[in-house]
Design a protein around this ligand. Structure first.
Ligand SMILES: Nc1ncnc2c1ncn2[C@@H]1O[C@H](COP(=O)(O)OP(=O)(O)OP(=O)(O)O)[C@@H](O)[C@H]1O
Ligand SMILES: [Mg+2]
Length: 393
């Protein structure tokens, strides 16, 4: 007998689109309004920052969908080595080939300048170093005010090559904007990196961007995502199970998808997700989020940041700043600097005068387990092939 097996509508993983996108309503509606009206206001350049797994890439995909729905052209890439080349040699030609006939013709007719001339030389490499700014302006003009260009750049970070490349790229966009092109550019990256990046003087353009900071969803937004996603998948969730899944996820987008998925898969053919299903998701969800997300979040930090967090993890609950000073054997000023940094990046929060506590759920448990492991002395696991060495010939 074939049972009524419903595939899970939850979608855990990096860069995976959620079936239901929770939160950020105002930002989404303001940015989407630009796709309709071309009235940019403060939304010409946007910088999305946040912790890993907070939904930055998902936001970029959502914006891309909205933009394309309004007839915009989309350029999306990562801020990795070769960005400029990829965009100019592969993305822009692809977009150009996919343009509607009239837009395509308009593009060619502008082309006394850089764009068309180089393109009309079929197959030939472009000469005279074409500039991205001209391509962007030409594409924008070809849309004749019926749309614009959305450029999304993910994984922006502060590594040195990336920094140089990104500054060059941003400069081209800035020139295209100055010449009146309809462009919205959205950058995304993890916050610890962006804070570093913004310190560099070359990045005025990025510094002036509208900042969206992604942290956790609110409890209401979280409940909405879980309930709506479940219902899209054709099932419902018992009220107690919904409460439980909401508390386990702590509003952390990656974890919302993970626990929803585990709970769903325990009884995929039952009509309702039960409290037992939610319970089943608890341990697995937390284990998985620690392995896949929290460990990476922790690794993003500098050694000194880690020392600070490890010193905090000695307490249950909040930590006295005075104790931290003693544990780290550090001056007050030094401790204050690290405290500020970690608060800014969403790992830690103030907890009353003279106290701090972890603000990222499950980070303290993760660090405690690391400390325990070290205390036990991490012996390398026995090699199961030890008794079967490879024969020599
Ligand atoms: N607003 C949201 N509502 C519900 N689920 C979301 C939301 N945003 C992201 N998710 C889910 O969370 C997970 C992580 O999202 P995403 O990859 O976008 O995070 P990220 O911030 O880009 O992480 P990283 O910094 O590591 O690149 C995905 O499974 C995605 O479906
Ligand atoms: Mg991402």
């Amino acid at each position: 007998m074939i049972r009524n097996h419903q595939p899970s509508p939850f979608n855990p993983g990096y860069g995976r689109k959620p079936a239901v996108f929770g939160g950020h309503r105002q930002a989404i509606s303001e940015l989407s309004a630009v796709f309709e009206t071309l009235d940019f206001g403060e939304n010409q350049s946007v910088l999305v920052s946040g912790l890993r797994g907070a939904g930055k890439t998902a936001m970029l995909s959502l914006l891309q969908d909205h933009a394309m729905g309004h007839g915009w052209l989309v350029i999306s890439d990562d801020a990795s080595r070769g960005l400029m080349d990829r965009v100019m040699k592969s993305t822009i030609p692809r977009i150009r080939n996919a343009l509607s006939e009239p837009a395509h013709n308009r593009l060619s007719s502008f082309s006394i300048g850089q764009f068309g001339v180089s393109w009309e030389q079929a197959g030939a490499a472009r000469e005279a170093a074409p500039l991205l700014r001209h391509d962007l302006k030409a594409l924008s003009d070809a849309l004749e005010g019926r749309g614009g260009l959305l450029i999304t750049i993910d994984e922006v970070s502060s590594g040195r090559t990336r920094l140089r490349e990104l500054s060059r790229f941003a400069l081209e966009i800035q020139h295209a904007l100055t010449s009146g092109a309809n462009i919205m550019v959205v950058f995304a990256g993890i916050q610890v990196d962006l804070n570093e990046l913004l310190k560099h003087e070359h990045n005025t353009f990025l510094r002036r961007s509208r900042r969206l900071d992604f942290r956790r969803l609110t409890p209401d937004e979280t409940r909405y995502v879980i309930a709506e996603t479940t219902s899209l998948g054709g099932r419902s969730v018992a009220p107690a199970a919904l409460d439980h899944l909401t508390s386990i996820s702590q509003g952390y987008p990656y974890l919302i998808q993970l626990v929803g998925d585990y709970a769903w898969r325990r009884t995929p053919d039952a009509p309702v997700i039960s409290i037992e299903d939610a319970d089943y998701a608890l341990e697995r969800g937390i284990k998985a989020v620690q392995d896949r997300v929290i460990s990476r979040v922790y690794d993003d930090l500098s050694e000194r940041d880690k020392d600070f967090l490890r010193a905090m993890a000695q307490d249950e609950g909040r930590t006295r700043i005075a104790d931290l000073k003693a544990r780290m054997d550090a001056y007050d000023q030094y401790v204050q600097v690290y405290k500020r940094r970690l608060i800014d990046t969403g790992y830690v929060q103030s907890a009353g005068h003279g106290y701090v506590e972890f603000s990222l759920p499950y980070l303290d448990q993760y660090i405690k387990s690391l400390i325990d492991e070290e205390a036990r002395g991490s012996r390398p696991p026995a090699d199961p092939w030890g008794d079967f060495p490879p024969p020599r010939i």
